[in-house]
Every structure is written in structure tokens, then in C-alpha cells.
Ligand binder design. Structure first.
Ligand SMILES: *[C@@H]1O[C@H](CO)[C@@H](O)[C@H](O)[C@H]1NC(C)=O
Ligand SMILES: *[C@@H]1O[C@H](CO)[C@@H](O)[C@H](O)[C@H]1NC(C)=O
Length: 958
């Protein structure tokens, strides 16, 4: 863990996220009943009890769309049921002219909604984010100070958790809780206040008219203030703010989440200046139509579903596809432009989440040396799903402009690498992705919660009060708790069915168990809600008795202290998501169970499952399995509970929100340094003038020479023995000459089999040979080969052969080569080379997944071939053995000069190892690759003939 005092980066950190943490609120004049303008600057922070006839100042609260990026779920509930409970419910807001979408109940407005409470119809934008669900989220998010207005809501009677299990009221609620098709904006509001609600008036008979005042002019003159936005990725905002001490400066870059087309240039400049001065934020101004097309269409209707394994419903979304992509590009372009404008040498750029996937490469094109990181909050789907995205390549290429791409879990990262290698035919490496002239690192950074501030919030006496009340209410019963959005992907329906299965399988628990499900509304609510409510009603009517009802289903959110109370009082937490990025409810549950240490049942499809291995894992699609997990959790022995909880808690407490942010930034700084060192500085041409004096001065030299591609050109490699042998013979002579010098120790480092090397170099006495890429070594002067491979298990070869056979049959012209240890599948001669490459990637993926997970092997893509060999064998490993052997023989200063030359990827780790030897000692190390390309080597030569010339120079000048 990075200590607080560590300085992560000396430059500034620019964080680009779709929504800034700030937004702008305009105070514009409105008309009173007599038609006069009023400019009332009274604060709008009164509670919800204000009467609707009170005159309010009109406030433009920008149109915002809620985004819950931390678990990937986007909520548009806020557009539907948005009305504020934070400010006065009758706050008036005025929208700039001409961007009013139709406002009908069945087609909820995207941006604005019209209403009036003063008699004058004006266009208003109710504060869309501040409904309860959103506000609860604020509190869940790490580090956010508790807002008192939140607690103000407690005056609203919360029937919620304490809903009487025995009373028929519950039944009524179930009915009333599922309204007819029209959205019910009042769900989060006290019933009695419904009439006050601004948005209600939309659906009523109020005619809505355009504002009769010139809004452009109004906005030019209106007073405005910067306000905290209640949208966007609050988890990110808090996490980044929590590491500010480790940064020299942090700058947010994002949209204001509001329509800005009608703002004039002066207002924009003023807003920019104010945000820069007091908030270190930079607004990105995008056209209103781009905002809509980007966010509501492309992100929400195309990207979000695909990333959550829901293939878009073609009929409905097809029409968006081409058009909305244009807007997605435009918004990404606007972000890239703003970032480039504000960039200074030495800055670190963090681009956040799927709204901005093209930004990394757009910046890279203009700032080749910039340090760019990208973090994805939502899941990255398997390549089979991602392939269905029509702009799949553009999106991947956009991401590959980053130095570091971060994911929540190992499987998302693996899906990404796999998808890139399949769709773009780029090479995957253990660190990430290897491109032609650079590398992209892929890392796993699971986001966490701020455990410290959560613990403080738990101290609130209200929480204890709720725990007590719950315990009393459900005395003698066990409590299963859950809180989910009613999104399809959250699997609430599956959970209910599994609970029903549990009651069927274990009727002895009837009357002793209650499932409390808090269900939040969502975009798909009508559909999903119907499905869930059916099930809930059926189960409850089947198993209820006069004094017992098994499921308490709350179609409304609860306060944060109720939530914490619920998690604390629980005997089991049941999370059955069918897919989610990283929802942190499970983390919060673990913290709340500090005293009781009760178990957690978690779906294997939840993002957190990857980190919380000590939970009870379930496949939410198998109801029996979930039912059995419930039973196991309820009957678990005390010791096991403790062991499991300790394990869970260890993860939650070390992987906090702060750790997440600092880890990502420090990793970005580190990999950027590596990438810079390796790729952006072009490696120089090797000059023998530099090498020769060092070579002459050395007492004992080690020469490591790759064979094919380095000493022998590829084209002739197979035919050289048959045809003209001139170059072969020259090469042979040079090698012989080099080995004749007792100061030289020469090794041929080849991927060929032992026999082939013996045949080629058997005539030279004093030569060392390395065969099959490091599997076998024959030290200089010895007659026998030494194996470098652990004895025993070669079972993997059979499996790999089967896999290779499958691909050979389907790739005409390809062939399999069985070496002693490694197996190689060649597609050099394949009839269709690009198909061969495609097949090689597929095959590599399959081998690594199916066989690599059982046996210690790895599959290496070589030149038109795929080679599978034991994981701990490599040329670098062999070199290490050689060097250590020499040191044993001649002492620690055995060698003072290393010359290492090779041409392909298998030589890269050998270069890396040799370079590391230069650091600890007197040795001079020359690493050299054939062909100008990105490499670990420090120098390059253009081709095989230059290698031979160089070696000749060494041989003659010794
Ligand atoms: C987790 O899921 C709940 C319910 O779906 C949602 O309200 C909440 O915002 C999510 N929280 C985080 C931190 O992901
Ligand atoms: C569901 O899970 C149970 C219990 O783990 C298992 O016995 C059963 O085979 C599973 N059902 C299916 C259809 O896989």
C-alpha cells in the first residue's frame, strides 16, 4: 500500500470524467402571477414542506443525467422521477430556449420538463439528481460527508424495513407500489406531498408553453453559482480527492451535465474562470445534440447493455447506431481537445470510464509522450459479446492509446486482452498488449470503499436504534437482506425464485426467516418490476400466515442509517447479480458485520466475487444452488463464520477507495516511464567503433548469439543446407574464429532441436549450445546436453497436440512440429496467411485458458508459428544458468563483457536479463536486435549481414 506521504507524481493529475463534480445554477427572473418579472435570490434550500404557493426564485438547474458508474448501472430514473426533495419542491428552473424535447408521460423528457407553480408556465428543470436513491448513493460512496438534509428525510415516516409482516397493509403496498405504465414521480416522496410535486403537473392538464422571454439574453445576464453536482461518478470524485495530498495538483475535466448551447461566450469564459480558480475544474462544452446522442443514446442504449452482456435489441436500437456513434466521437473529440489545450509537460492524464473510450488515442495522436491511463468501471465483456459491437475496432483502438488500461477484475482484464488479440491481431503479453512500436499495460485495480468513514457513520446512534428496532421486530427470526436496483442484470427475480426454492426445500424455516429486499427503481422498471412483483406476490401468498410473511419487498429506498442498520442486523446478505462491474454493497456488508461476522452469499457474476473469495459462491441461475447456499449460510458454524469473515474483511480493509486511486496513479507513472524508456527513444544503430575497444579491453567475454534470423536469414533457413552454402560457410568460419580465442565463451541460443544444432555446430569444439528456446544446454567444451526442464509431467503435450490437431485440420497448409519438449504449430505455409494468424490467436487463447490453467505452460506467438512450452523455461533462464555456471567456475568477476544478439520476441527476455547484469558489476553489456523496432535491446543492426560483419570485426580484432 502506498503511504499517505508518498508523492505519486510531481506533475499535475488531469482526471477526465464525463460529469464534473460541479455544475452551474442560474438565477433567472420568472414572472409572478401578475406577469411581472421577479428576481428573487432567496436560497432554495428549504425543506420539502414548503407550500406550493410560495414564490420561489427561478433557478436553472442544469439537465443532468444520473450515472452510477461504480457499478456500471446508469439510472435514468432521475429524468423520470427526478423532482427534488432537496430544494423546495416547487423550485422553478428555466431552460434555454429551443431545446425542449416533448414532454409526455410515455416519453419522459431527456433534458427538461415544463411545469409551473406560479401560474405562469415556464420551462423548468427540476434538480434531477437529488432524489433519495441518488442521495443514498452519495453516502455509500467513500469519503462523502454526511449531508444533513438527508437526515431531514427521516421526518418522512419510513414504513419500510419495519413493514409489519403480519398486516395486510403489506399486501396493499405491493399493489400500490407497482403503478401502471406511467412513471410515478412520487415514489420517493411522501404521498401527501405528491400534489406539490412539480413534475406531477407535467402529466396533468397544465398546458406547457415556451418561455416568452428571450432566454439567450436572460442567460447572458443571469446570476449564476457553482453547485455540487449530484451525478457522475461520486466514488471516483471522492477517491481522487482523498489522495490530493500525494499530488501536486489535481484538475477535473468534464461536462457540466447541462445544456450549454445558449450560453454566450462571455458566460462560458466566466464559468471557466470561476471553475479554474476555485474548483480546479475545466468544463468541456459539447453541443446539446451531441450530449444527448452520446450519453442517452450511444452510452446508454448501446455500450452499457453490451458491456453488461445484454445484446442490444436490434429493432429498437438499430436506428441509433450510426447516428449516435457520430455524437460519441464528437464528445470524445471535445474532451481530447480540452485535455490537449490544458496539458502541460509532465502532467499525468487519467481518462475515466466507458463514456470516453476514444479519448486516449485522440490525445496520443497529438501528445505522443503524454502519460495516459484509462480506467473502466463497468465490466468488459467476453470477446464473443464485444464482437457484436459495430464499432468494435474503433473502440479498442481508442483504448490502446493509453499507457495503462485498468479494470476492476482479472476476468475483465483478460477479456480485454483476449478481445484485442482476436479482433486487432495484436500480441498479448503477460503485462498487457504488445503493439508495433509500443506496449499497453493492462492492470487490475478493484475499487473499494472508504472503510474509515463508513465506520464513523456506523457510530451514528440512529444506526444502533434501527438495529435495535429490527431485532425487536423480527425477534426469533433470521434476516436475509439485500438492496438492488431493479435492473434486469441485478437478478432480483432470480433471487426471489431461489428463496422460494429454499422455503420449499426447508419448510422447517417457515416462520423463522424473512427476506428484506429493498428495490430501487430503474430505467427498465416497468418490465422487470412486473416480473419481480408477480413472484413476490405468489411467494408471499403461498407461504404467509396470519402472523408471518416471508418477503418484505420495498419499492422505495431507505435512508442511509436504515441501510447500515439493516446490514448490521442481517444474518445473511444475498447478492445474486447476473452481471455487475463492482458493486460495493458486499463490502459495506462486511464492514457492518464486524460484530456478528455473518456470511455473505455472492453471485459468481458479481464484480466483487473476484476479490471476495471467502463468500459463499452461487450461480444465480441455479435456484437450488442458491437455496442451498442460503441454508449453508444460516446454519454455518461460528468458527467457520469467523474464518470467512476475517478473510473478507482483510480484502475490504486493504483495498480501500484511497488505495485504489493511488495504486492506479502510481502504476500509471511507473509504466509510462517503462514505455517511454523502451519505445519512444529510438534505439541507436550499433557502432562497432564503440564495441571494439570494450571488447579488446575485456578479460573474459560471453557472446550469446541467436541462430535463425540472426546468423541465418529466415528465407534461406530451410534451404541453406541444400543450396549454395556461401553465407552459411562464412558464418561458420566467423564463429569458429571467435571460439578459438580462449577469452571468448560463445553460445548459440536457438529454438531448434538438439540434433539440428549438433549437426550445424558439432564440428566446432569449444562452442556452447542452447536448444529449444532454453530447454536444453550444452556448455562449451562438454559433450552432453543438460536438460533445463523439470523432470516428469509432460501430460500437457498430449492435450496441446489434440488442440493443435484441431486447428491444423481447419487451417489448410499449416503443420505441427514436435520438438523434444515444446510443440510448435506453423502456419507459414498456410494457404491463407491472415486466416492462419486469426486461427493462431484463437488457438493461443484456447490453449492458455483450457490447458494453461492446469499445467505450467505458456503459448508464445513467434514468426508465423505458435509455440507451447513450459512456463519456467526461456532463453533468459538459460542465460542465467550459463552466467551462474561461469561465476561458479571462475569467480564472481568471471566475465566482464557480454555481447547478446537476437531478432525476435523469444530473445527479448534474454536482452532484459543481460541488461540487468550491466547494473551489478563491472561488466560491459551490449544487447542488439536485428531490425529497427521496439526492443529491450539497447542497439540494433539492420540485418543478418551486419551481424556477421560485426562478429567478423570482433573475431579479427581480439
Ligand atoms: C450498488 O448497487 C445499489 C443497488 O443496485 C446501488 O444503489 C448502488 O449505487 C451501488 N453502489 C455502488 C457503490 O456501486
Ligand atoms: C444446481 O446446483 C445443485 C447444487 O449445487 C447441483 O446439485 C445441481 O446439479 C445444479 N443443477 C444444475 C442443473 O446444474
Amino acid at each position: 500500500m502506498v503511504a499517505d506521504s508518498t508523492v505519486l507524481t510531481t506533475g499535475r493529475l488531469l482526471v477526465a470524467t464525463f460529469f464534473l463534480p460541479e455544475t452551474i445554477s442560474f438565477q433567472v427572473p420568472t414572472r409572478d402571477k401578475d406577469g411581472r418579472f421577479r428576481t428573487n435570490s432567496k436560497s432554495s434550500n428549504d425543506g420539502p414542506g414548503v407550500s406550493s404557493t410560495t414564490q420561489r426564485p427561478a433557478t436553472l438547474i442544469p439537465p443532468l443525467a444520473a450515472v452510477d458508474t461504480s457499478n456500471g448501472a446508469m439510472s435514468d430514473e432521475t429524468q423520470r422521477s427526478a423532482p427534488t426533495s432537496r430544494g423546495a419542491p416547487n423550485d422553478m428552473s428555466m431552460a434555454p430556449k429551443g431545446i425542449l424535447p416533448p414532454s409526455t408521460p410515455s416519453n419522459p423528457p431527456r433534458y427538461f420538463r415544463t411545469t409551473s407553480s406560479t401560474g405562469e408556465a415556464v420551462t423548468t428543470i427540476p434538480r434531477p439528481i437529488a432524489n433519495k436513491a441518488e442521495r443514498l448513493k452519495d453516502h455509500e460512496r467513500p469519503g462523502l460527508p454526511q449531508r444533513s438534509s438527508y437526515h431531514g428525510q427521516l421526518s418522512v415516516p419510513p414504513p419500510s424495513i419495519l413493514a409489519p409482516p403480519a398486516e395486510t397493509k403489506e399486501k396493499e403496498k405491493l399493489v400500490s407500489v407497482f403503478p401502471a405504465a406511467a412513471p410515478r414521480p412520487t415514489l420517493n416522496q411522501p404521498r401527501s406531498k405528491a400534489g406539490d410535486h412539480p413534475s406531477i403537473s407535467i402529466h396533468k392538464s397544465q398546458p406547457h408553453r415556451r418561455p416568452s422571454i428571450d432566454s439567450a439574453k436572460v442567460f447572458a445576464e443571469a446570476a449564476w453559482t457553482v453547485e455540487k453536482a449530484y451525478s457522475g461518478n461520486i466514488g471516483l470524485h471522492n477517491a481522487v480527492n482523498s489522495i490530493q495530498g500525494q499530488l501536486s495538483k489535481r484538475i477535473w475535466i468534464g461536462t457540466l451535465g447541462m445544456a450549454t448551447d445558449t450560453l454566450n461566450d462571455r458566460t462560458r469564459e466566466d464559468i471557466k474562470a470561476e471553475l479554474a480558480l476555485n474548483h480546479s475544474s475545466v468544463p468541456v462544452f459539447v453541443h446539446d445534440s451531441d450530449f444527448d446522442g452520446h450519453y442517452h443514446q450511444f452510452c446508454k442504449q448501446i455500450l452499457w447493455p453490451i458491456f453488461h452482456y445484454v445484446l442490444p435489441d436490434n429493432l429498437r436500437s438499430k436506428s441509433y447506431e450510426d447516428g449516435s456513434w457520430k455524437h460519441y466521437v464528437a464528445v470524445n473529440r471535445a474532451f481530447a481537445d480540452t485535455i490537449v489545450e490544458n496539458y502541460r509537460q509532465g502532467d499525468t492524464i487519467w481518462v475515466n470510464d466507458y463514456h470516453l473510450m476514444l479519448v486516449p488515442n485522440m490525445i496520443r495522436e497529438r501528445l505522443p509522450d503524454a502519460s495516459i491511463g484509462f480506467f473502466l468501471h463497468v465490466p468488459f465483456p467476453s470477446s464473443e459479446i464485444f464482437r457484436c459491437l459495430h464499432v468494435r475496432k474503433e473502440v479498442l483502438q481508442g483504448l490502446l492509446g493509453a499507457d495503462l488500461v485498468g479494470f476492476q477484475t482479472y476476468s475483465f482484464a483478460r477479456h480485454f486482452v483476449q478481445t484485442c488479440s482476436r479482433l486487432l491481431s495484436v500480441e498479448s503479453t503477460p503485462k498487457g498488449i504488445q503493439l508495433e512500436s509500443t506496449a499497453v499495460n493492462v492492470g487490475i485495480f478493484p475499487i473499494g470503499i472508504d472503510t474509515k468513514s463508513l465506520r464513523i457513520k456506523r457510530q451514528d446512534p440512529e444506526v444502533a436504534q434501527w438495529v435495535k428496532e429490527l431485532k425487536e421486530k423480527y425477534q426469533g427470526m433470521k434476516l436475509i437482506v439485500a438492496r438492488d436496483k431493479l435492473d434486469y442484470i441485478k437478478g432480483v427475480r432470480q433471487k426471489m425464485l431461489a428463496f422460494e426454492r429454499f422455503l420449499n426445500l426447508h419448510p422447517e424455516w417457515l416462520g423463522k426467516i424473512v427476506l428484506i429486499q429493498v428495490a430501487l427503481s430503474t430505467s427498465e422498471q416497468n418490465e422487470v418490476q412486473g416480473q419481480v412483483s408477480d413472484v413476490v406476490t405468489r411467494i408471499n401468498s403461498k407461504f404467509s400466515s396470519l402472523s408471518y410473511q416471508p418477503i418484505v419487498f420495498l419499492r422505495q429506498d431507505i435512508t442511509f442509517s436504515q441501510y447500515l442498520g439493516l446490514l448490521t442486523a442481517a444474518d445473511l446478505c444475498l447478492i445474486t447479480s447476473l452481471r455487475d462491474g463492482m458493486n460495493l454493497t458486499s463490502h459495506e456488508y462486511v464492514v457492518c458485520q464486524e460484530e456478528q461476522k455473518n456470511p455473505l452469499v455472492l453471485s459468481e457474476f458479481a464484480g466483487t466475487y473476484g476479490s471476495l473469495g471467502a463468500c459463499l459462491r452461487v450461480n444465480p441461475w441455479n435456484y437450488t444452488e442458491v437455496a442451498e447456499a442460503i441454508y449453508e449460510g444460516l446454519t454455518m458454524k461460528e468458527e467457520e463464520k469467523v474464518i470467512r469473515w476475517n478473510e473478507l474483511s482483510k480484502h475490504v480493509c486493504t483495498n480501500t477507495a484511497q488505495f485504489w486511486a493511488s495504486d492506479f496513479v502510481s502504476e500509471l507513472v511507473k509504466v509510462h516511464g517503462d514505455v517511454q524508456r523502451r519505445y519512444s527513444i529510438h534505439i541507436p544503430l550499433l557502432s562497432m567503433d564503440v564495441v571494439l575497444p570494450e571488447f579488446r579491453a575485456a578479460k573474459r567475454r560471453l557472446l550469446l548469439l541467436d541462430y535463425d534470423g540472426t546468423l541465418l536469414p529466415y528465407e534461406r533457413a530451410s534451404s541453406v543446407r541444400a543450396k549454395g552454402k556461401t553465407s552459411h560457410e562464412d558464418m561458420f568460419k566467423i564463429i569458429q574464429q571467435l571460439t578459438n580465442d580462449p577469452k571468448n565463451i560463445v553460445y548459440i541460443m536457438s529454438g531448434r532441436v538438439q540434433e539440428s544444432l549438433d549437426e550445424a555446430f558439432g564440428a566446432i569444439d569449444n562452442i556452447g549450445l542452447c536448444a529449444e528456446g532454453g530447454c536444453f544446454l550444452k556448455p562449451a567444451g562438454k559433450k552432453t546436453w543438460e536438460t533445463q526442464v523439470q523432470e516428469g509431467d509432460t501430460q500437457w503435450r498430449k492435450k496441446v497436440m489434440e488442440m493443435f490437431e484441431y486447428y491444423r485440420e481447419r487451417t489448410p497448409g499449416s503443420e505441427i512440429e514436435e520438438k523434444t519438449i515444446p510443440i510448435v504449430w506453423h502456419y507459414r505455409q498456410a494457404d491463407n496467411p491472415s486466416y492462419g494468424l486469426w486461427q493462431a490467436r484463437e488457438c493461443q487463447n484456447h490453449i492458455e485458458e483450457a490447458i494453461g490453467s492446469i499445467y505450467p505452460i505458456h503459448a508464445v506467438v513467434g514468426r508465423k508459428c505458435l509455440e507451447v512450452m513450459p512456463r519456467d523455461v526461456s532463453k533468459a533462464q538459460a542465460t542465467k544458468t550459463i552466467v551462474e555456471g561461469l561465476r561458479q567456475q571462475y569467480g564472481t568477476d568471471a566475465i566482464d563483457f557480454i555481447f547478446c544478439v537476437g531478432d525476435d520476441r523469444s530473445d527479448e527476455d534474454m536482452f532484459e536479463y543481460c541488461n540487468s547484469q550491466a547494473l551489478d558489476g563491472e561488466q560491459r553489456v551490449v544487447t542488439c536486435t536485428v531490425g529497427s523496432k521496439s526492443s529491450e535491446a539497447r542497439w540494433f543492426v539492420p540485418g543478418v549481414s551486419t551481424v556477421l560483419q560485426g562478429l567478423q570485426a570482433l573475431a579479427q580484432n581480439a
